[in-house]
Ligand binder design. Structure first.
Ligand code: SF4
Ligand code: SF4
Ligand code: FES
Length: 228
């Protein structure tokens, strides 16, 4: 593709200059420039959180975060991927925990160091009120922390920016687990479906699916009934 056929912009990927078509996402632009994503890409649709990216645009002091599969490239963008943010994730048995502030402080005592600086909220590509859910957890308001963090995809961009080295997405995940297990509990429609499975209602259909080849399965998947 020639520069005079389509508008092109200049981006820098880990310091190397590339000319790429305007209008591409960072992920597509990087692939256009010859990068192959073996890590740092999953769903390509803004749901899995695997493609966290930091960037700075020319002349700006701001270091910004985005999902590479969602953010459109801008001219003069300096880009680096953060496909993984090293974080300590605690192991617990959710059945044994109590849904209160004590549990957050026991497993993630660093939340007491929260400076209320709001850096995490500004870093979140999902526009989640991250500081608010961390603060809700600190107060023991499990429901508020669970609801505010509901759209978290675990990209890690909040964690890499937090000056107190808190990992907000682990806090949100614990809140949602506590909320669903100890506050709302399993809903009636889930229990009904589990009963139906146990009674063998879907056995025949499952056996039939097992006989289909990949193309037939794909066709079934694409034409499936969807209730939204
Ligand atoms: S970035 Fe860290 S310290 Fe600042 S509000 Fe968020 S969790 Fe608290
Ligand atoms: S809360 Fe943190 S981990 Fe979750 S989507 Fe926002 S920046 Fe990513
Ligand atoms: S690849 Fe899944 S959110 Fe970008």
């Amino acid at each position: 593709m020639m520069d005079d056929e389509v508008e092109m912009v200049t981006i820098y990927v880990m310091g190397k200059r590339h000319r790429v078509p305007a209008g591409l996402t960072i992920m597509k632009a990087m692939e256009y420039a010859g990068h192959q994503f073996r890590r740092g890409a999953g769903c390509r649709g803004g749901f899995c959180g695997a493609c966290a990216t930091i960037y700075r645009t020319k002349g700006s002091y701001k270091l910004q975060g985005a999902l590479a599969c969602q953010k459109i490239v801008e001219d003069g963008m300096y880009i680096a991927q953060i496909p993984f943010s090293p974080a300590e994730k605690k192991t617990y048995n959710i059945e044994e925990l109590r849904p209160d502030a004590g549990v957050f402080l026991e497993y993630y005592p660093e939340i007491a160091r929260c400076l209320s600086c709001n850096t995490c909220t500004k870093a979140c590509p999902q526009d989640i009120m991250v500081m608010d859910y961390v603060q809700a957890a600190l107060r023991g308001d499990v429901e508020e922390a669970a609801k505010l963090s509901f759209d978290c995809i675990g990209c890690g961009l909040c964690a890499v920016r937090c000056p107190a080295e808190i990992v907000p997405y682990n806090i949100g995940q614990l809140a949602r687990r506590l909320y669903s297990r100890h506050i709302v509990g399993p809903t009636e429609h889930v229990l009904k479906r589990v009963r139906e499975i146990e009674e063998g209602r879907f056995d025949e259909e499952i056996e039939e699916l097992k006989t289909l080849d990949r193309e037939a399965l794909q066709e079934r998947y694409e034409t499936r009934e969807r209730r939204l």
